[in-house]
Design a protein around this ligand. Structure first.
Ligand SMILES: [Zn+2]
Length: 269
């Protein structure tokens, strides 16, 4: 199927999939995914050591489930190694100042990636993609992933996927909730560990609305793999980063300062 640049498509991604995740919420979410034939991208932590991801008792059949999701056409991504942040490096994406990988020497990164992939292999799971904890990874991580055969990265703010010189395909991830967008491939990143019943209802309603426009990772890679990044891709990613992570926070800070000075003026007058 040739790439169609006049349409928008959504890809659904769930992060922090591990044996101790919020299973009650996941059960309800999975019912919705199945009923709308949605095949999401799941970010699986190979050996979770992050206490924030301990919500429910560990499920003994976790890896069996991961295998069955993969067989059902869900894309399974390597989500770091232990989801343990070791520094405040924001990496290439500059979204969060914490990392399990960015800024670390090549040999340390390589050890973590190989251990993570070995755990996947031990359980009969293949890494279809890479999803960095806190979006933080660097050029060394990308080079290692290419060498280790992980050739898809879910990250970045461009509107269309592209394949870089190393043969790694970048599928952008720009949204944290559904919203109407122009033509592009829009990945909606969900963190269900803290989802309430109401949030699950919202998700179900959104699936109802957006289902005809939801795609899966394999289709995106098949359709856009090999496409080279254009200047427009780089410009939209830069513009959207600046807007979301510089201009909006600066405006919020300015508004807070104005409010604070008004408040102190009131106190002193
Ligand atoms: Zn995570």
């Amino acid at each position: 199927m040739p790439a169609d640049f006049t349409k928008r498509r959504y890809l659904i991604r769930f992060d922090d999939i591990c044996p101790t995740m919020n299973w009650a919420a996941w059960g309800a979410i999975e019912v919705e995914l199945v009923s709308h034939s949605v095949r999401p991208l799941l970010a699986v932590v190979p050996d979770n050591r992050d206490p924030k991801l301990v919500v429910d008792a560990p499920r003994a059949d976790f890896w069996e489930r991961v295998r069955s999701w993969q067989q059902a056409g869900y894309a399974i991504a390597l989500h770091g190694y232990q989801h343990r942040y070791v520094n405040d490096n924001a990496g290439l994406m500059r979204l969060n100042h914490r990392s399990e990988f960015a800024g670390l020497p090549r040999n340390e990164q390589e050890t973590k990636l190989k251990r993570g992939l070995a755990i996947f292999a031990e359980h009969g799971v293949h890494a279809n993609a890479w999803i960095a904890p806190a979006h933080s990874f660097d050029a060394t991580t990308v080079a290692l992933l290419a060498d280790l055969g992980v050739s898809v990265i879910s990250d970045g703010l461009s509107h269309w996927p592209f394949t870089d010189a190393r043969g790694v395909t970048w599928i952008p991830q720009q949204l944290w909730d559904f919203s109407p967008r122009p033509a592009g491939i829009w990945t909606v990143c969900c963190h269900h560990n803290d989802w309430s019943a109401r949030k699950i209802e919202d998700f179900a309603r959104n699936l109802e609305t957006y289902a005809p426009e939801i795609t899966d990772m394999a289709t995106v890679v098949r359709t856009f793999g090999g496409r080279r990044a254009t200047l427009t891709d780089r410009w939209t990613a830069f513009r959207d980063w600046t807007w979301n992570h510089y201009l909006i926070p600066a405006r919020i800070r300015a508004r807070r300062m104005v409010n604070a000075s008004r408040l102190s003026g009131r106190v002193h007058s």
